[in-house]
Design a protein around this ligand. Sequence first.
Ligand SMILES: [Zn+2]
Length: 242
Amino acid sequence: MPLSSPAAQQAIKRQEESLRQQDKKSSGSLMDESDYWKQQPKIEPKLPPELPPTETYAIDKNITGGLIEFFGLQGWYQATFNDEQKHRLEELFGTVSGNKLASGPVRFKFANVDVLQFLYDLEEKLKSQKFSDIYKLVDEQYKIEAGKFCKIDNKRWDNEKYYKSWFSLMKYRIDALNKLKADNYFTDGQFDVVDDNFTTQTCLDINNKGFKILNGDLDRAFDQHFLEPIEGCRCTVRGYRG
Ligand SMILES: [Zn+2]
């Protein structure tokens, strides 16, 4: 029976009337008509069936040129690779987190994506011999982007393991430091070292040492440790409550 039908309306009225009588009984007759209506639960309009929550992204760019466009690399991409190389590159890349290399929109769940990390990851995919021509071209661009951040030592760039990864981690380190300072939750910060055969003493010396955030100690230690790439450094920053 639809709620708007006369029979339904009457039924509702009857129900309301009996509720009103009960109410009067329970509270004596002190309550007047206007008070009575104020106390009625509001009849909410019926909602449509619940839809599944839409996926939310920290980054959601409705573009057509994929990650290349997202990172502002179209000019370089078009000028650097011939059609055959682009085809090989795009085929190899497939999708990463649902994003294509050079076509379609770009979405990321996290906001701290970085062109250096992107180029570093791309290089890592191109290590096999059959991509050596493309690898070289990507590497040149990675070096240009990294050089905006810090002066590049070409010898170290070509020879030192983890020199390149130092650059790819810098945005994460800076974001982590800024978040620690903005959150106002942790009192201290520390550096965590990846301890393996490539770790050097400078990193081990700072490992697990605590630095106060509020008085600027952590800032100073950060600037000192990340002034320029330390061999084998893959240190990260995190906070704790002292
Ligand atoms: Zn380090």
